[in-house]
Ligand binder design. Structure first.
Ligand code: GRF
Length: 225
């Protein structure tokens, strides 16, 4: 079973959904630890309540980004993870850190990349009049919110939407696709090869707005309500 370290900065709902999947037996990984750059991250209490070790590496105690990255990497490495999962981790990581975990560092971003990298993605999608929005899991590369795409889910933007309703619709899909990506990695079906994603996943859910599709049952769960 692979070992996973999750990095958070706040609420931790993506982390919580992965922990719940492990607890219910739908995800066969060991969550070795949850690390946060903020001591007040809500998700730390959730992780601790699940019996998962937590650590804080407070970025405010470092002047240089590289020093923060190095201490964070040292903290991660004490758990010897096979996979490092960024789940609402709000610090930009330097080249050196990203290279150290090349091919085993993934992120979730609340937009259909390459649209809307950076912050306030839901507000920007509304401001631009986008009719389709969504979320992306990708391997992390040194460029912020870029990197080979593993899986995406799309949702409609409704006329009545505001930032909160759109964010909630996207978040429900984030929880679905992050579980898929971590499961694929854990099962040895997902890797980074020559800078591209190599994925051995069934394609039999064609026609639904999640890609790669993963079979009728899983795909149905990933459709918006
Ligand atoms: C999510 O929308 C994630 O995509 C983004 O930050 C948010 C974190 O939410 N990077 P949570 O902490 O997982 O609840």
């Amino acid at each position: 079973m692979i070992s996973v370290v999750i990095l958070i900065s706040g609420r931790g709902s993506n982390m919580a959904s992965l922990l719940a999947a492990v607890d219910s037996g739908t995800l066969a990984v060991r969550i070795a630890a949850v690390l946060s750059n903020r001591p007040d991250a809500q998700g730390l209490a959730t992780a601790a309540a699940s019996g998962v070790p937590t650590r804080v590496v407070d970025h405010r105690q470092f002047v240089a980004r590289e020093d923060f990255d190095a201490v964070l990497a040292a903290a991660i490495d004490t758990f010897a993870p096979d996979l490092v999962v960024l789940a609402g981790f709000m610090r930009i990581l330097g080249d050196r850190f990203v290279r150290r975990y090349a091919g085993r560092l993934i992120n979730i971003h609340p937009s259909l990349l390459p649209a809307f990298p950076g912050l306030h993605t839901h507000r920007r999608a509304l401001d631009e009049g986008a009719r389709i929005h969504g979320c992306t899991v990708h391997f992390v590369t040194p460029e912020l919110d870029h990197g080979p795409v593993i899986v995406q889910a799309a949702v409609p933007v409704l006329d009545a939407d505001d930032e909160a309703t759109l964010a909630a619709r996207v978040l429900a899909q984030e929880h679905q696709i992050y579980l898929l990506a971590v499961r694929w990695f854990a099962e040895g079906r997902l890797r980074l090869q020559g800078g591209r994603v190599a994925l051995d996943a069934a394609q039999d859910g064609a026609g639904v707005l999640i890609s790669p599709a993963v079979g009728a049952e899983a795909a149905a769960r990933c459709l918006w309500p």
